[in-house]
Design a protein around this ligand. Structure first.
Ligand SMILES: [Zn+2]
Length: 217
């Protein structure tokens, strides 16, 4: 299975092929097709004719949405936001970006830009199905699980002045000797401040994500 993908909302019903109108309600069904997850967008009348989506083979989840006509191309010139960075990372389809994509998705969820629609387990790995409510796009994002197979050590929090936590971070670094460290924090927050004192200025910064490449190992 490709754990990293974006599936855009259809512009027409998959069953009757009628284009969706602005503000029209529709249903999305998410199901397994072979090794892949696939979404199917259908209009209300077709959904009712089809009966209970849960009886569909490979059913995982379903929900109702309101179609919005996409903005004209002029508006599509986007700023580099955490969301556009996430889209680019997913499009790379490179496992090395898995930790960064996962952290960005968590960040965007906290900012309510993405919503978790479903959480499933595939081959022992947690996979989150996120929706961008405005565009209806679905982001499939797997928790990298074994972060160290990427040579990356992830930190997500450190309580101010917590000596035990600092000792723990240093013990983890010494034990794992990661190629890179990624943290969901900012330079001013206790964790960011502490990591900067260890590694200097972050190599990358995307919003609240800081990363350091550790060349010395
Ligand atoms: Zn239809």
């Amino acid at each position: 299975m490709n754990e990293w993908n974006i599936q855009s909302r259809a512009h027409a019903c998959e069953v009757c092929a009628r284009p969706f109108a602005d503000k029209q309600s529709y249903r999305t069904v998410l199901f397994e097709e072979g090794a892949e997850l696939r979404r199917s967008d259908i209009c209300e009348p077709c959904a009712q004719k089809a009966g209970d989506a849960r009886s569909r083979a490979g059913f995982i989840s379903h929900w109702q949405g309101i179609f919005e006509v996409p903005p004209p191309m002029v508006d599509a010139i986007q700023k580099e936001t955490a969301e556009t960075v996430l889209r680019k990372l997913i499009e790379q389809n490179d496992p090395h970006y898995a930790p960064a994509a996962y952290i960005l998705a968590v960040m965007l969820e906290r900012k309510r830009i993405l919503k978790v629609k479903e959480q499933i387990t595939r081959d022992g790995q947690r996979v989150f199905i996120y929706e961008q409510p405005k565009t209806g796009d679905i982001f499939t994002i797997a928790d990298p699980n074994n972060w160290l197979s990427f040579g990356v050590l992830l930190f997500v929090g450190l309580i101010a002045g917590n000596l035990a936590a600092r000792v723990r971070v240093q013990a983890d670094l010494a034990a794992w000797k990661p190629d890179a460290v990624v943290a969901r924090t900012t330079p001013g927050a206790p964790l960011g401040h502490f990591l900067i004192s260890l590694f200097g200025r972050p190599t990358v910064r995307i919003g609240q994500m800081l990363g350091w490449r550790l060349a010395s190992h």
